[in-house]
Design a protein around this ligand. Structure first.
Ligand code: MLT
Length: 246
């Protein structure tokens, strides 16, 4: 992403496989906050100096970093591990995309699992005036298909009540793709199939973590939207009441 693109706008950062899905899960399971960190050494330092109960999580190459408590599978982030704890997390692309979005006025985390809640909150924060940027974290600087599909899912929820004339070409293509997938006979199976052939999905299959695809494909299974407190650098949960699109 070129520097400064999100400046002053609303950024919804998407790394559906798996950083954004995992952060949403951690907050949904009771983590008090999530501190996303771009660098492994910095994550260790922050975890060691943060008061209160802390869990250190993250991956490099898709696997748990040596000495860390947890990796980056949402399945690891259970209520008994998360309740009342601060999660310090670093991932290859997801936390880097969050840091690259720093100039935005508001930074949210989106995925399939919270796509309607994320769309509602982004619309509300934008107030019809500010741009909303769907930041696809991608893989090693390249856009990843799985993030584009999740961006399409968020757009599908965001434009449900209004015109979509202001979408740029990439957004329109993402929306069209998601809608093709969502109107198939078995949306869930088709979503998982799309994930399986995506760059992030095939990495996870090779690592034996295919079960994460099903978790990440569970559309609207969560109302939790991580929202960055720009002062502290922590993500906290923003709950969107059902049916309230602001
Ligand atoms: C990332 O941030 O690059 C991903 O979340 C990698 C992963 O799936 O572990």
């Amino acid at each position: 992403m070129p520097p400064g693109v999100t400046d002053g706008g609303i950024a919804v950062v998407i790394d559906v496989l798996r950083a954004s899905t995992t952060m949403i899960t951690a907050l949904a399971r009771g983590a008090s906050r999530v501190i996303p960190v771009a660098d492994v050494g910095e994550a260790r330092r922050i975890a060691a100096t943060t008061p209160g109960p802390v869990v250190l999580g993250g991956e490099r190459g898709g696997v748990r970093i040596p000495g860390f408590d947890l990796g980056n599978s949402p399945r690891e982030y259970s209520a008994d591990r998360m309740a009342g704890r601060t999660l310090v997390i670093t991932t290859t692309n997801g936390t880097a995309a969050l840091h690259a979005s720093r100039g935005a006025r508001e930074i949210l985390v989106g995925a399939m699992v919270n796509r309607t809640a994320a769309a509602d909150l982004a619309r509300r924060l934008a107030g019809g005036a500010d741009r909303v940027h769907l930041v696809c974290a991608g893989t090693d600087g390249r856009v990843s298909a799985e993030d584009v599909l999740a961006a399409g899912a968020i757009l599908d929820a965001a434009v449900v009540d209004g015109p979509d004339e202001e979408l740029d070409d990439a957004a329109r293509r993402a929306l069209d793709w998601y809608r093709r997938v969502a109107t198939s006979d078995d949306t869930s199976a088709r979503m998982i199939a799309e994930f399986r052939r995506s760059p992030g999905g095939s990495n996870l299959i090779a690592l034996g973590m295919e079960a994460d695809l099903e978790v990440a494909a569970a559309i609207d299974s969560s109302q939790v939207v991580p929202r960055l407190d720009l002062t502290s650098g922590s993500l906290r949960r923003a709950l969107v009441p059902a049916g309230d699109s602001g």
